[in-house]
Design a protein around this ligand. Structure first.
Ligand SMILES: [Zn+2]
Length: 455
């Protein structure tokens, strides 16, 4: 083994010294080598290494040469240069693989025919072997080239859309670019002149900066139409609306039509004006008694929303849908035995009663409402007591999950086991209470928190 390795190393060295001269002056070295004696197995490895090293050297030399420009532009120019060098390299070193292959094949076929004619001619037989080897090498090169080409094609055309897009953009950019202009019959294409002409054209359009509106004199505002001291001291409620007042001031004065001093006094909380109070008095609606229980912060926001929808019977249950559109049936999607109404799905369904049972196993003996009206009554009577608030949160969570499960039955054809639903409720309420705490110091609150934690 040793002599072969040594021989390889020597040849490599030799090749390297020749490389710099050989690679830059394009000669059809590969073809030359192929035809020469060098085409034996021992030199294959060293040749490919040498080839690669030379290529690398070539590319690096080209890349490191200084070039004008900066940033991406510079990189692009460099890449362009490398491209040309690589093309030259390819032409010189690889040549026309297709043509070589064709020639090798033809020669091989011809010599085979010749050999068939003279089976005893030793010289021809040897020549057949030689040509066969050349043909096989050309074949390998051909298949390699084809494979390489298919890769290049893939890179070029794999994303047809984007290459199409870039082609269109390039075309549009070229079309939109102003490169010439006509002066009488003469076409002017001088870059500087085109630029100047372009700028002049738009200068004529837009003109120059106006001096009239550049600075507003503050003095003129001061001496303009404004309230004098006496007027400023006057009450806004008695002020007469004048036609020549500004639009903004007229708007402010028109507020007096919907508001009076007494209402404003009512909206005040101590010395401070409360926008909320003012708004409520303007709307004139009394808040619902159950609103506080439903919009309690201990209830999760998304639960609150569904809770409020249930309280107002606003969910799209099938009894309602049946009136406004054609539906296959109006039965409860969970139990499939009764008409789906708010009362049914949240209070009377067989599935719901099972969920209530499962929840009561860890919550204790809670008396669940049997209809929306009962629930609203319960919520109206709810106090700010922590026990009530927690029970309220559990109720809201149960309703939320019941509605979620109902939708799953409709869209996913799957129904949760009541005990699993109760587990989900327990986990989420527990987390909410823990997150919202700690509550006011006190034995009772401590006890309640412990109860929730022990669920
Ligand atoms: Zn049902």
């Amino acid at each position: 083994m040793m002599p072969v390795v040594k021989e390889n190393a020597r040849r490599q060295e030799q090749d390297k010294t020749q490389a710099s001269k050989d690679w830059v002056t394009p000669k059809r070295k590969a073809v030359r080598q192929m035809e020469g004696k060098a085409m034996n197995d021992n030199t294959k490895g060293s040749k490919s290494i040498n080839c690669f090293a030379a290529l690398q050297q070539l590319v690096m030399d080209c890349w490191n040469k200084e070039i004008a420009g900066n940033g991406l532009d510079k990189i692009m120019r460099k890449l362009f240069r490398v491209k040309h060098v690589l093309k030259a390299f390819h032409r010189a070193e690889v040549g026309d693989v297709r043509k070589d292959y064709k020639e090798a094949k033809e020669t091989f076929c011809n010599i085979q025919e010749e050999a068939a004619k003279f089976p005893n001619d030793v010289f021809i037989q040897q020549s057949v072997k030689e040509k066969q080897r050349l043909f096989l090498t050309a074949k390998v090169r051909m298949s390699l080239a084809i494979r390489q080409q298919s890769k290049v094609n893939w890179v070029k055309f794999s994303d047809e859309n984007s290459s199409y897009f870039h082609a269109i953009m390039r075309k549009r950019r070229l079309e939109n670019r102003i490169t010439t202009f006509m002066k009488g019959d003469v076409i002017i294409d001088d870059y500087e002149k085109v630029v100047n002409h372009f700028i002049k054209h738009f200068e004529n359009f837009m003109g120059s900066k106006s001096s009239a509106t550049s600075i507003i004199d503050e003095e003129s505002v001061k001496h303009g139409n404004c309230l004098n001291l006496e007027q400023q001291d006057q009450s806004i409620w008695d002020y007469a609306k004048k036609d020549d007042a500004s639009w903004y001031f007229k708007k402010i004065l028109s507020i007096r039509e919907n508001l009076d001093e007494a209402k404003l006094q009512q909206a005040a909380r101590g010395d401070k004006f409360s926008a909320k109070k003012c708004y409520n008095s303007l709307v004139g609606e009394t808040p619902f008694a159950y609103a506080n229980a439903i919009w309690d912060t201990l209830v999760l926001p998304k639960h609150r929303f569904i809770f409020w929808q249930i309280a107002n019977s606003h969910l799209l249950t099938r009894d309602y849908l049946h009136h406004i559109m054609v539906t296959p049936n109006n039965l409860c999607p969970v139990c499939d035995s009764e008409v789906e109404t708010h009362d049914h799905i949240f209070f009377n369904c067989y599935y719901t009663s099972q969920v209530f049972e499962a929840v009561n196993r860890w919550l204790g003996d809670f008396h669940w409402p049997r209809s929306t009206v009962e629930m609203l009554q319960y919520c109206s009577n709810a106090t700010k007591d922590l026990t009530q608030r927690i029970l309220n949160a559990v109720m809201a969570a149960v309703f939320y999950f019941l509605w979620k499960n109902r939708n799953k039955c409709v869209f996913d054809f799957s129904c949760m086991v009541p005990s699993k639903l109760s587990l989900e409720v327990r986990k989420i309420v527990q987390l909410r209470v823990v997150c919202k705490g700690p509550f006011k110091e006190g034995k009772r609150h401590m006890y309640l928190t412990n109860v929730v934690n022990s669920w």
